[in-house]
Design a protein around this ligand. Structure first.
Ligand code: IPM
Ligand code: MN
Length: 359
């Protein structure tokens, strides 16, 4: 298969972890006889420094002309220290999601059995955890009208959703549940918010087309608690932009390191793959960042294009790195391996083997 891939490393550790993903994709090309082309684009603080905008037009054009986008991370200390700056690097990512209409963010939360001791939760609670968050990504409070009074003493952010915005992600979430353990939990705050009540109405109506899937509702505060007490209770979580942002960080923490989990942001025409984690600027350039979340994002990309064996080969190579303790310091403080060594190991272990199918 030929694929045009846009590489947006962004800020902080983004470019370093993305470079490991490219190594892995090159191994996939060789092993499975595919042909991928890679083109780099600027986004975030690096783009602001060079072009004065966190999302230059060249980058948008590049993404639109590509089959898939691999995204690193965004945000630097320079701008974090100045939250009132009018233009922020994060706007580059938000605008890109909106521009490409990447309305569904898929965030799987799955425990690697080898890493079960890394979780802050007790083993028996965490064992077998495997759920996926479907987070709405282009609407809600992130994109509603923002206001600040002239004297700077009042501010507001509007949270708005339309039926159309809710229903397009809801169908994707139900389809996912149908192929998994057939349970969908809508997480909202319907006891307080009008938007949440609309979500419940639309999701309930759509559930009639998926009779094999059990639909549950949970208020977001209760869901946050339940995720700690009994994460195995979840299969597919469907939720709005803001709740999904918060719950997915919580979900990643129960896996032991934020550096492990991948995500896919999908629209009708475009798809972008990015780690859960942030730009961790303190670690940039030190060869200590964990590349696994970025590498697993490439596995999600391969699945997205129907390259399931290739995707599995990447996942198995990652698993092997953990079994052989070829991991970064976030997973083993005395590890002698850095970002590039872990990337080399994983890329070097991507093989096309029938044994992969027994994984
Ligand atoms: C994420 C991030 C972004 C978000 C930030 C960087 C704008 O936290 O992808 O979860 O809030 O969506
Ligand atoms: Mn987040």
């Amino acid at each position: 298969m030929d694929l045009k891939i846009a590489l947006l490393g962004g800020d902080g550790i983004g470019p370093e972890v993305l470079a490991q993903s490219v190594k892995c994709l090159q191994a996939v090309e060789e092993t499975f006889n595919h042909h991928f082309t890679y083109t780099e684009g600027l986004i975030g603080a690096v783009a602001m420094d060079k072009y004065g905008s966190p999302l230059p037009k060249q980058t948008i054009d590049l993404c639109k002309a590509s089959d898939a986008i691999l995204f690193g991370t965004i945000g630097t200390l320079k701008y974090d220290d100045n939250p009132s700056a009018r233009v922020r690097p994060e706007q580059g990512l938000l605008q890109l999601r909106r521009e490409l209409q990447l309305f569904t963010n898929i965030r799987p939360v799955k425990i690697f059995p080898t890493l079960i001791n890394k979780s802050p939760l007790k083993k028996h609670v965490i064992f077998g955890t495997d759920f996926v968050i479907y987070r709405e990504l282009t609407g809600g409070i992130y994109f509603g009208e923002k206001k600040l009074s002239e004297d700077g003493t009042r501010a507001s952010d509007l949270c708005e959703y339309s039926e159309k915005e809710i229903s397009r992600i809801t169908h994707l979430a139900f389809k996912a549940a149908k192929n998994r353990r057939k349970k969908l939990t809508l997480v909202d705050k319907a006891n307080v918010l009008e938007t949440s009540r609309l979500w419940r109405k639309v999701v309930t109506r759509i559930s009639e087309s998926y009779p094999e899937v059990q639909l549950d509702f949970l208020f977001v505060d209760n869901a946050a608690m339940k995720m700690m007490l009994d994460p195995n209770d979840f299969d597919v979580i469907l939720t709005d932009n803001m709740f999904g942002d918060i719950l997915s960080d919580q979900g990643s923490a129960i896996c032991g390191s934020k550096g492990l989990l991948p995500s896919a942001s999908i629209g009708n025409e475009h798809a972008m793959f990015e780690p859960f984690h942030g730009s961790y600027p303190q670690a940039a350039g030190k060869n200590i960042a964990n590349p696994v979340a970025s590498i697993l994002s490439t596995a999600m990309m391969l699945s997205h294009f129907g390259l399931h064996e290739e995707s599995l080969a990447v996942v198995i190579a990652v698993d092997k790195s953990m079994k052989k303790h070829v991991v970064t310091k976030d997973l083993n403080a005395s590890s002698k391996y850095g970002t590039t060594q872990v990337g080399d190991f994983i890329a070097g272990n991507i093989i096309d083997s029938d044994e992969n199918l027994n994984y």
